[in-house]
Design a protein around this ligand. Sequence first.
Ligand SMILES: *Cc1c(COP(=O)(O)O)cnc(C)c1O
Length: 468
Amino acid sequence: MTAASHRPPALDKLLDSGALPALIRQHGRAPVRAAARRALDDWRAQAPTMPFDATAFEAACQAALDAAAQPALRPVFNLTGTVLHTNLGRAVMAPEAIEAVVAVMRGAANLEYDLASGARGERDDHLEGLLRELTGAQAATAVNNNAAAVLLVLAALADRREVPVSRGELVEIGGAFRIPDIMRRAGARLVEVGTTNRTHLRDYESAIGPRTALVMKVHASNYAIQGFTASVPVAELAALCRARGLPFVEDLGSGSLVDLTRWGLPAEPTPQQSLAAGAHLVTFSGDKLLGGPQAGLIVGDKALVQKIRRHPLKRALRLDKMTIAALEATLRLYRDPDRLAQRLPVLRLLTRGQAELTAQAGRLVPAVAAALGERAQVQVRPCRSQIGSGSLPVDRLPSACIAIGAPAGTRRAGRLPERLAEALRALPMPVIGRIEDGELRLDLRCLDGDAAEAAFVAQLPLLAAARL
Ligand SMILES: *Cc1c(COP(=O)(O)O)cnc(C)c1O
């Protein structure tokens, strides 16, 4: 037998035969041709002495095309127990926000156009009224995220001048946002005040000099300093700044627009409280507790906001129409605080009670157990969720999870939690849990609503094939 009889048919012939015409209709000729060429190359490299197997060849083409057709950015089930998970996209948005985004994406919008006069308008106009109404600020503007808001405030108001900040507030958020770095990038000079655990008003007093541009306070979002501590209340710092004729800026980080204790959640400072206590400017995120899209909001004194708007960085950091649409629709929900917990997904998820979550876990355990069979033990377990994104770092919310561990009678779980986590991540809609105490835990706080629950259950049978 000669090697020639093992040769596959020519590429063009293959493209016209078997399952390939159907794949071409689905994916287009160029991608199928490229996949077929790679499958042929692989066959030549791996099995050149075997007869050509058309079925295996078609399956290889199909698998490669399916993999390439998967979007890189995909929806996942966030069962980590962290509601505002930065790596998983933070806030889940309200239907009102989603509809508003879709509407402006479909066609033209009055993004910078004033419908009353027919003249040029401002992007900020769509948000400023609502932000003023909700926070009590004189003026407001918005940029791409809160890091950008802080950068812009410093660049516009503190160029080559000094900004005193307490040593206890020199935060790093998510690895890339560090107050000292942002200061440098903005061209401002950081003046460290006080000590890590205690900073007093007199420390600020002695730090303020002729080169001071403003005083900044940064909310300790993702950590807590406990024990022998002291920090200066916003009202006292604001009064000091007023007496010295300096702007006082507070970076609140999350900055909820409502008092969360109303729903039994831990207290988080609001921009309205900060402004009422005398802050000239407050910055906060759009996609943390506010529950909207990624954005950075700057609210406060009119003359300062105007100065910020005129800085060239504002143009570089500006919001697009989709974000403005989502943010406006989200802010509108705050006009009716009584219905907020039903309408704003972030608040709804944070206020789900442990009894409801335990019942849900009980409902789902049989389906998970059936999918895993003898390979694992599946139980309902109480657990604690986190708010996340640096919001309220030490507070935990009582929750319930599906806990998956070694089968009964086996003492050690071995690699089971990691293998299971991998299998769950490989599902069509990946499921992200957390590994704790030798178990994989799926916190149900963010699996909200019948549709989400049904979608979660529907793909469980695919786990039957997973090697655990
Ligand atoms: C989260 C946070 C930031 C950064 O906000 P992004 O919207 O993520 O850019 C800045 N400062 C504080 C105090 C924060 O908590």
